[in-house]
Design a protein around this ligand. Structure first.
Ligand code: KPL
Length: 302
């Protein structure tokens, strides 16, 4: 899709070299955007990009142009704060930052650190990508994304950010209020991810009736804490969303299952841990989430 000249001239910096980062960088580049990577090792990064429509070798530069004005930060929730602190000296005074990860809790950490003209956005995506090796990214599941502005400064450059994110991870729906979408995604992740990590199974396995009672409890508690946090969901709506994602991703291993299987740090603190912190603030008990949190904590790498 051809983009208007002025907007494709904007230089986007994609932080990290995770699967979603490389997928976005590749798609931005192929749509005519100027793209650089922010990586530990400067220089040209050569990688293979494979999707149903494309299979090609790409070369993208790292850190050639400062300051960074448009930044996509698809890094795990637990790495966001450190990444932003490291990026701060490199950011333009009116930089636009787009966060994208599972879980919640980072927005509250980042907003108070920004300068008045620096915009913050969140993009939540269902695109699937993986890296069979360091320099290959495969677009394994075509999904869609939602994007929302999180502060006033974001609106100053709304068109530029929306068009670029459409190219990177579209089809895109821009939401006036992204919070309900973030909570709904949190519900899915707070059920599927911990259960598949604990039982080391594929997402589809959770359709087995032996998990029904546990899923029901996790959903009931989620609805309770969401309501106390001003997010109203019905139990039925969350049940049907969880069942839908379980079906649609039946053959996948969740990100948390994979993190535990590989002994890596997981997003548990930003998914179940976030819910437990919210519950504490509202003096609520979430025994099912608490129990699964403790069990997974014992299995987490130190
Ligand atoms: O987001 C996911 C994840 O694995 O982190 C789901 C939706 C559960 C898909 O596996």
């Amino acid at each position: 899709m051809a983009q208007p000249h002025a907007i494709t001239q904007a230089l986007w910096t994609v932080v990290g070299e995770g699967a979603i980062g490389l997928l976005s960088a590749a798609r931005l580049h192929l749509a005519g955007y100027r793209v650089q990577l922010h990586r530990r090792n400067p220089g040209i990064f050569n990688f293979a990009f494979q999707s149903a429509a494309h299979s090609q070798q790409l070369s993208l530069p790292s850190q050639i142009q400062l300051p960074y004005s448009y930044i996509l930060l698809p890094v795990k929730a637990y790495a966001v704060l450190d990444a932003i602190k490291q990026l701060f000296p490199l950011l333009a005074d009116n930089a636009q930052l787009v966060l994208s990860h599972n879980g919640m809790g980072t927005i509250e950490q980042i907003l108070p650190l920004l300068k008045p003209e620096q915009g913050l956005w969140f993009l939540s995506t269902s695109h699937g990508a993986f890296k069979p090796e360091d320099a290959t990214v495969i677009h394994s599941g075509v999904g869609q994304s939602v994007l929302g502005a999180l502060n006033q400064a974001a609106f100053a450059q709304q068109t530029a950010v929306e068009q670029a994110m459409q190219a990177a991870l579209g089809p895109l729906v821009v939401l006036e209020d992204i919070w309900p979408a973030l909570w709904q995604k949190l519900a899915v992740n707070a059920v599927i991810n911990p259960l598949t990590a604990l039982h080391q199974c594929k997402n589809g396995e959770l359709s087995n009736s032996k998990y029904t009672a546990a899923i029901e409890l996790l959903i009931e508690e989620f609805v309770l804490v969401a309501k106390a946090s001003a997010q109203d969901f019905s139990i039925e709506a969350i049940q049907s969303r969880v069942a839908q994602v379980t079906r649609q991703t039946a053959d996948n291993y969740s990100s948390m299952q994979q993190d535990f299987a590989k002994g890596r740090r997981s997003e548990l603190d930003y998914i179940t841990g976030f819910l437990l912190k919210q519950a504490e603030q509202h003096q609520l008990q979430l025994p099912a989430h608490q129990a699964i949190y403790q069990l997974l904590l014992q299995k987490s790498p130190r």
